[in-house]
Design a protein around this ligand. Structure first.
Ligand SMILES: [Zn+2]
Length: 259
């Protein structure tokens, strides 16, 4: 059995990642901020929505949940208890959820919000990590109700996944994030190449995701906080008290806020 993974576009730059089982025509969506694009896609492809997984409570990730439940009354919701769902539908760090026999480990990777779920799905040994608004390609989420320390620890945890893990962030921010990265590390050739490719893909309306963790380690400054070139780049833009990894991470996030 093969699970296909497809991005459904929503709003300006959201992706609603969709797991599709071709054999039984069932689908699972992650973070449906809008119902209509999902309902249209299900109808067009003759699919039945059976589950909704959410990463955090922001409207652009859950706004379509109730309406989708009306379209598909048998849909099962999987969400954190803070999201106001029934007790038997709540998950926390260490939970696992299933996609047609494939298991997804649930991680709590806070920072963007005080609690933020990620789903690490294993399909025949290949890991697929749906990381919401925590990690974007070449960037990271803003700190809203979580803390920068939490976000830093969440990045460390994600960085412990295998090199070939595929990462599925919930927004198309890749090109802009790479421009920021190059403002910090102008000589990073992998970033220059990734930006050229992302600009080409974005201009063609194509999705730049997923990306491998190995790729992110080369192009995401928030995963590169102990690289001398990143530390030097931060220092050209901001006075910092020390060169601790968390200090560099926090400085990068502050600089990105104003980029
Ligand atoms: Zn968010």
């Amino acid at each position: 059995m093969t699970i296909q993974i497809h991005p459904i576009k929503a709003f300006n730059d959201n992706y609603i990642w969709t797991l599709i089982n071709k054999n039984n025509k069932q689908a699972i969506v992650i973070d449906p901020g809008q119902a209509k694009p999902v309902a249209d896609y299900m109808e067009e492809h003759g699919l039945e929505l059976t589950s909704i997984w959410t990463t955090h409570h922001h409207f652009d990730h859950i706004g379509g949940v109730m309406e989708l439940q009306e379209y598909f009354p048998m849909t099962h919701i999987v969400a954190h208890s803070e999201h106001g769902v029934e007790q038997d539908q709540t998950i926390k760090d260490g939970s696992s959820v299933s996609a047609w026999g494939c298991s997804a480990q649930v991680w709590d990777i806070p920072g963007h919000t005080a609690s933020h779920m990620a789903y690490v799905l294993d399909i025949e040994g290949q890991k697929h990590c749906f990381c919401g608004d925590t990690l974007f390609s070449a960037g990271c989420g803003r700190v809203f109700t979580g803390t920068i320390e939490q976000l830093y620890q969440s990045f460390r945890r994600l960085n412990g996944l295998p090199d070939e893990t595929l990462l599925y962030p919930a927004h198309e921010y890749t090109a802009n994030n790479l421009r920021f990265g190059l403002a910090i590390e102008p000589g990073n050739v992998a970033m220059q190449q990734a930006l050229a490719q992302a600009e080409e893909q974005t201009a063609a309306g194509a999705c730049t995701l997923p990306v491998t963790l190995a790729h992110e380690r080369e192009v995401n400054v928030f995963l590169r906080v102990d690289e001398p070139s990143v530390i030097a780049g931060v220092k050209t833009k901001m006075d910092i008290e020390d060169e601790e990894r968390l200090t560099i991470f926090a400085a990068l996030r502050a600089l990105k806020n104003d980029f």
